[in-house]
Ligand binder design. Sequence first.
Ligand SMILES: *Cc1c(COP(=O)(O)O)cnc(C)c1O
Length: 391
Amino acid sequence: MKKIYMDYSATTPVKQEVLDAMMPYFTENFGNASSIHAFGQDAKRALESARSTIAKTMGTTPETVYFTAGGSESDNWALKGVMRANKAKGNHLITTTFEHHGILHTCKALEKEGFEVTYLEVDAQGRISLEALEAAITEKTVMISIMFINNEIGTMQDIKSIGEIARKHKVIFHTDAVQAYGNVHIDVEALKIDLMSISSHKIYGPKGVGALYIRKGIKIQNLIEGGAQERNRRAGTENIAGIMGFAKAAELADANLEEHIERLSALRDRLAKGIIESVDYSRYNGHPTERHPGNVSVCFEFIEGEALLLSLNAKGIAGSSGSACTSGSLDPSHVLLAIGLPHEIAHGSLRLSIGDFTTEEDVDYAIEAIKEVVHKLRMMSPLYDRVLGGK
Ligand SMILES: *Cc1c(COP(=O)(O)O)cnc(C)c1O
């Protein structure tokens, strides 16, 4: 049977070159980067070369890059670290209603600590209003955290304008760029980003590794206390093999970025067009142009998302109903509700996210499979029958 993976926004396979780059660091080069001896120094050199590689891909210098255990830790650190360190300035944080749970749940935790959070709404295409952002800033505002690209509907924000507004009002700007990094050009200086979360396993690297970019001069508390690793800011013996894999994945992504974006967006558009044109009562979610090159998010009326996913899985297609983090819950995704979809439509959602190993043949197969499955499920739906009189 066919096995077509269309869930690259949940995670990606590790590329062979990435695995090859990691392997020596499990066995012969296993040293602890904090050790004085040759084993330790070899590990330390590897660590610092990885840091330089990652720094270059985002237009910054190595001393601003801190390795973490992934996107979630980077999000937690950025928000808790900055808010707790800047209490003298204020207690207010601005974010959006449709962030990843790594941000939203951290905001909830900060509210319990007494911080105040403003959640900006997004429009039907998933973008915030820059006027509303500027209007939400008060003298107590310490930080703005707005994601670069949404993981469910693929919408990209106008990060440059957000950065400018933040800088103008002397507010710290963090962005969760886990979906954007490796999929669009990012220059943290040009975009006026102060902190940025990235993760390895979304760009064909290993799981459990990520980084937080922290611009020089930003006041931030530690999240993980202990040893003096990461220049005293993030304790824990460095995961050298994982970090080397992350750096290789970042280097590959950076070297092939143009080609990756061009190839992927053509496949994405073919997939989206194919679905929308062959299935009645379907809609394409997110922004028509400012979006992730590999994200196709659609909603089908009179369809229950879980049933759709299971039927597609039976045809060998691995998709998602929203984000991997929300499956298992029966509530519709907070992102789809945030863009104003009614519950019954948000329930019939499908996110297909494609990547470097997706072919045109996969896309065409998926379009046919979706057409068939949606038709079959609707034939069994009493609601469809009633509304359309069995058209
Ligand atoms: C996957 C993801 C995360 C979490 O990253 P992990 O490395 O899995 O912890 C955070 N934010 C966004 C937008 C993501 O897509």
